[in-house]
Write a protein that binds this ligand. Structure first.
Ligand code: SF4
Ligand code: SF4
Length: 461
């Protein structure tokens, strides 16, 4: 028996990706600035709603369980819409993946976007790939210390801006910014800011490709959405092989177009060689396409040795965009988006809820009439104060009274849900014994305030 032990742990090998300009790099810069611009600026967009409602265009008002999205207000009883929205986003991701592979990972995922930004900062302070590698190898000096300190400070500032922007979605952004600046923000606000600053700093500054390779569950199951027609980034082996290290020295036969320069490997943020075939580590950032296209240009060879293609196309067959899988994901996506849009478009301005008192089931009054008590809850979902009229239908010779409320009637402020006690009495000698079905009707005196109905029962001896 051998005494030797083997470790399954492999230390992270630091990757120093080269910077590569090109067509896809321009697209990625554009997407990066667009997404970061949206993320950082949206909390500061103002949106007048009136009626004392918040004037922040996008606000997740957790204490009141309301979500404001420009003119759309999602109320607590519509919280299921957020669940549907999350499912919609997941189906959207499936649809995008079946059509264009991991295009989300390469261009839109926050891990990719922030890592790209952190890499740009790293290049700014520490220079090109070779300079960065040399700097890490050499001993500490004042110059090295200043470069490293500048980089980490800039990373922490980006992390703080990222964490801060996130918190601004949950409170009035300008007010909270002022509180951060004068130090009066709440413990929860400070904790979230510091937590997100540090996670951004660690994930984008250090963990980088490890998140995509080992932590992201999507990287593991996205293969299930792939088929032979899915758009992937691939090396055209037929055209590239046999590789040649120096094209000019080769004289026999038709040379392969890959000159084995390694440019596609040096730019890869996950440190893989696209020429080894499809690998789950590939986030389809297309950096290797830009790198190889630049090499092909210099060699006066056609571009596209590494390109967006499909496995079917590489086998000499045309790529089919419309396939059952894409159609099914697309149809589910459309149905869900349509359902959410319809729900929001037909959003009721008022919600009525009625709870009948069970103890006692009914009261026999001194004049012989029978009385039932109810708690009526009215939610005003408009941006103005509303006054409502309540009636009960389905009961002969009945009289409805609203108990004296603190605001003098069925008056509800915008966004408020108020309970009212209601007495419904039926005159002596009227009606049938046992439970009687009745319908409560609530109507706002202002037509924009809307109306609602609630089915209930009236109990008799
Ligand atoms: S960049 Fe192109 S030519 Fe150079 S090694 Fe990669 S595939 Fe071959
Ligand atoms: S193989 Fe190419 S597309 Fe895939 S991660 Fe590396 S550079 Fe990006």
């Amino acid at each position: 028996m051998s005494n030797s032990t083997a470790t399954l742990y492999a230390a992270q090998v630091k990757i120093y990706p080269s910077y590569q300009s090109g067509f896809f790099r321009k697209i990625r810069w554009s997407v990066l600035f667009f997404l970061l611009g949206i993320y950082y600026l949206i909390p500061f967009i103002r949106w007048e709603r009136g009626g004392g409602l918040p004037n922040q265009a996008v606000l997740f008002d957790l204490p009141n369980r309301k979500f404001y999205l420009f003119d759309i207000v999602v109320w607590p009883q519509e919280i299921f819409l957020l669940t549907f929205l999350l499912i919609l986003m997941a189906v959207g991701l499936f649809f995008m993946t079946s059509l264009a592979g991991r295009v989300f990972c390469g261009y839109m995922c926050f891990q990719t976007v922030w890592t790209d930004l952190f890499l740009a900062v790293e290049r700014l302070f520490e220079g090109s790939r070779n300079r960065r590698m040399k700097l890490d190898r050499e001993g500490w000096s004042l110059g090295k210390g200043l470069r490293k300190a500048g980089k980490h400070l800039a990373w922490l500032m980006i992390g703080a801006a990222t964490g801060g922007a996130f918190v601004f979605y949950f409170a009035d952004a300008p007010t909270l910014l002022g509180r951060y600046l004068d130090g009066s923000a709440s413990f929860a606000a400070w904790f979230t800011l510091i937590f997100l600053t540090l996670t951004t700093y660690v994930m984008a500054g250090f963990a980088r490709e490890q998140v995509c390779i080992y932590m992201c569950p999507y990287a593991r199951f996205q293969g299930a959405m792939f088929d032979q027609d899915t758009l992937v980034i691939a090396y055209d082996e037929q055209r590239g092989e046999p590789r040649q290290a120096n094209r000019r020295q080769r004289s026999d036969g038709v040379p392969g177009h890959c000159i084995d320069c390694g440019a596609c490997v040096r730019v890869c943020p996950t440190g893989i060689d696209i020429r080894d075939g499809q690998q789950y580590q590939c986030i389809t950032c297309a950096a290797c396409i830009d790198a190889c296209d630049a090499v092909m240009d210099r060699m006066k060879l056609p571009r596209g040795l590494v390109r967006y293609t499909s496995l079917r196309e590489l086998a000499g067959l045309p790529t089919r965009l419309l396939r059952p899988r894409v159609a099914v994901y697309g149809a589910i996506l459309l149905l869900m988006a349509g359902g959410i849009a319809w729900n929001l478009a037909t959003q009721a301005p008022v919600d009525l809820n009625v709870l009948r008192a069970r103890k006692p089931l009914y009261i026999t009054r001194s004049d012989g009439s029978i009385q039932n008590n109810y708690t009526v809850r009215v939610l005003n979902m408009t941006s103005r104060p509303q006054h409502y009229a309540l009636t009960a239908e389905g009961l002969d010779h009945a009289h409805l009274t609203v108990a004296a409320s603190s605001n003098g009637g069925l008056n509800v402020e915008p966004g408020e849900a108020l309970p009212f006690t209601v007495y419904l009495a039926q005159a002596a000698g009227s009606g049938q014994p046992g439970p009687q079905p009745i319908t409560f009707h609530l109507r706002a005196t202002d037509p924009a305030g809307g109306s609602d109905v609630y089915q209930s029962v009236f109990m008799r001896p």
